[in-house]
Structures are given as C-alpha cells and as structure tokens.
Design a protein around this ligand. Sequence first.
Ligand code: NDP
Ligand code: 8X3
Length: 249
Amino acid sequence: MTTGTILITGATSGFGQATARLFAKNGWNVIGTGRRQERLDELGAELGSCFLGLVFDITDEKAMKEALGSLTPPFSEIDVLVNNAGLALGTASAPETKLSDWKTMIDTNVTGLVTITGALLPALIERKGMIVNISSIAASWPYPGGNVYGGTKAFLRQFSLGLRSDLHGKGVRVTSIEPGLCESEFTLVRTGGDKAAYDALYGGANAIQPEDIANTVYWVATQPRHININSLEVMPVSQSWAGWQIARS
Ligand code: NDP
Ligand code: 8X3
C-alpha cells in the first residue's frame, strides 16, 4: 500500500503525532484522534486538508462511535488503523498501586482499543486493510512496577496474533510493534508530570525518538501486500536485559 487513508489514535503527541506527520508528508489522508482538541487543531493547521482531527476519549464508546460515524470520503475509507493511544500510570509495585490506575490502563489500552478495532473491522475487511497495534517490550519482558501496564501490552500482542488467525484469507494485515525506551510525554503521564524522573530516565540514554517509531509504522504499512510483519520489537542500542532477581532466605 503506498497511499490511502490512515486513522491514528493518540495523535496529539509522541508516536502518534510523528506518525501522522510522516504519512501526511507521503501523500496519505490522515485522521488523528485524541482528547486534546488544541493539539489536533495545531496539527491540522500544520498538515493542511489531508488531516482530520477527531476529538474523543477512547474510553467513551458513544463519543468514539459518533466521531467515526461523522466521517465522509476520503476519510471514511480507512485502509490502516494504528492503535497507538495508550498510557502507563505509576511505577509502584503492585501492592502499592491504586486500583483506579489499573482500571484506567485497562480501559484505555485494552477496552478502548478493542472497541475501535471492532467498530472498524468490517470496513477494514472490505478494503483489505491493515491494523498496526502499538504494544511494548513490556509485553514480553516483565520488570518491577510494570504489572498491569505490561499485562495490557501482552494482551495487545496476543490480540494482534489472534486477529491474524481470525482474519485468515481475508487479506487484512495485522502487526504488533513493540518499542522499548522512547522519549515522549509517556513518562510525564506515567509519573504525574515529574520532570526530574523524565530527565533521569532519558538522560544520556539516546532513547528511541517518536520519529523512529513513525518510520517503523511506515515501513510496516508500505510492505508489499503479500507481506505481513507479525511482530516487531524495537529497542535503542543503549537498552538490553538484566539478570533474574533472587530473594534469598
Ligand atoms: P504519549 O503520552 O506521548 O502519547 C499518548 C497518546 O495517547 C496521546 O496522543 C494521548 O492523547 C493518547 N491517549 C491517552 N489516553 C487517551 C484516552 N483516554 N483517549 C484518547 N486518547 C488517549 O506517549 P507515546 O507516544 O510514547 O505512547 C504511544 C503508545 O506507545 C502508547 O500506547 C504507549 O503505551 C506505547 N509505548 C510507549 C513507549 C515509550 O517508551 N514512550 C514504549 C512502548 C510503547 P490525549 O492525551 O490528547 O488524549
Ligand atoms: C513503554 C516501555 O519499558 O517503560 O512501553 O514499559 S517500558
């Protein structure tokens, strides 16, 4: 697929914003979603008539469906859905976390994502389209404080593979992209706006930048139609694995 219409959830910052810019630059019609209207307005002013902003909270099914129902051609003819909107809340160990944070992560990263996927699936099947799910290395690699966030991303990876099975023979492609450390507002959201934590995490790390993941999404989406990238784990060179922890008696 070289051009078409792409819907990117969470286009107000980070990966989603960079992906919207890259696809728009390459001639695609781009729908970007998010809660922050002013960010979408700014992106629209920058990208011009190829961009359409849709403001809704992905956890609000009614608002989502109304927004999707308002689409007209060419924006209603969606070829690629990028499920990117998501968040982590907190870095505390499970016994110290708030249940409300866990529920927000599940509502956003899992329930919101499957709701929009289900809503767009008939059209994506009809157009032999594509779904790109932004999972995480946290899907496969547990770490202290990752608990429910990692669980949501593992769901996303397996949901992607399951969709591939269910859509067998229908020509729909599905990819799970699993990035590692990437510098974005993600950490500010996760820490409740702690700039010192942000600086400590990314300082000297030469982390992935949102534009790097945009390039990855673009590469995946523009492979020949007979190629499906099932999953793709992407880390900065500076990041790798540490050993097991052992509690000794
Ligand atoms: P950002 O915080 O920069 O972007 C998150 C995006 O998700 C924003 O556009 C935000 O829009 C949107 N979003 C969050 N909650 C909602 C909601 N309830 N309704 C609608 N939109 C929502 O983070 P990143 O760009 O880094 O993250 C994008 C995705 O990548 C996430 O799913 C994240 O889990 C994943 N990821 C991030 C990594 C990283 O290290 N940064 C690594 C691996 C995966 P708004 O606030 O305007 O609603
Ligand atoms: C974000 C990457 O390692 O902070 O998904 O969980 S990590």
